[in-house]
Design a protein around this ligand. Sequence first.
Ligand code: SF4
Ligand code: SF4
Ligand code: SF4
Length: 320
Amino acid sequence: MGQAISRRTFIRGGIAAAAGLAASSIPGVAAAAAPQAEIQLATLLDISKCVGCEACVEACNEVNADKYPQPKKPFPKMYPARVPVEDWSAKQDVTDRLTPYNWLFIQHAIVELNGEETELTIPRRCMHCVNPPCVKLCPWGAARQLKNGISRIDPDLCLGGSKCKNVCPWNIPQRQTGVGLYLDILPSFAGNGVMYKCDRCYSRVAQGELPACIEACPEEVQTIGPRDEIIRKAHALAKETNGYIYGEKENGGTNTIYVSPVPFEALNKAIEKGKGKPHLNSVKDTMAQANNLTAAMVFAPVAGIAAAVGKFVKLAKKNK
Ligand code: SF4
Ligand code: SF4
Ligand code: SF4
């Protein structure tokens, strides 16, 4: 139990220090992780350790249940009708892909490892990119990046237009219709819901606790810590195991670093890909592309206005 408490308080490090524990001895926490929420934190996922038990998926669902959408029905009719209704409210038990009600799932890959056919399992969720296009290109300023490297979508500001999903190289955010700000401002003309994804347990992390999926994992697949420390650990692990790294350079660098015993090309071929099931391809830096930067600049002033409108609507609702 003592260890569980120590793991929960990894960022402030207070209890760990009081217990005389070095941060490096705490499972799930990298050596220099004691630390402040102001530094960019990354996670390291050692794929060779994952047994696919889904304890992380269950933990994610449990701690985030209060944040899941509670849509109002019937849904307003949309004009133009090209914005499709996406309703997952009757399929909340789906756990084999990303949905607004499932922000982490396990991908399965049958690959050849040391001359034998082996199944590897890969936890998948938002990569928390260092320079996230979902944040930089959200027209309404609803997606934000925190100083500790977490990117999150504010459900009170999101209109569900799905720009974040379209610009995300892995199409991570997932829409639920019938919820959010669009119902209050332009129910038939704006957005069509709210986008949902892993927020890397930002409120737990702010309180010095570990993300729930890291805490729940019986195999200690994930480690969290300052990004440079995590990168060093990933390289050391890859060297020791003749492994391969994903996430260090993808999309210009992410705060989710995978180490695999087989090349990611092999994993990418073997996993099921498609809607809500992200690939493991190599990815160019989206934000380095000039046309996207132009779009970001065009959207920037609109984002401020939308955020102000959102705050006003929220305040007006509170004062009703
Ligand atoms: S809890 Fe750990 S071992 Fe189980 S599926 Fe998740 S990451 Fe893999
Ligand atoms: S993986 Fe996609 S949703 Fe997550 S931070 Fe990067 S761009 Fe945004
Ligand atoms: S960090 Fe939190 S929100 Fe993200 S997958 Fe893990 S438990 Fe879910």
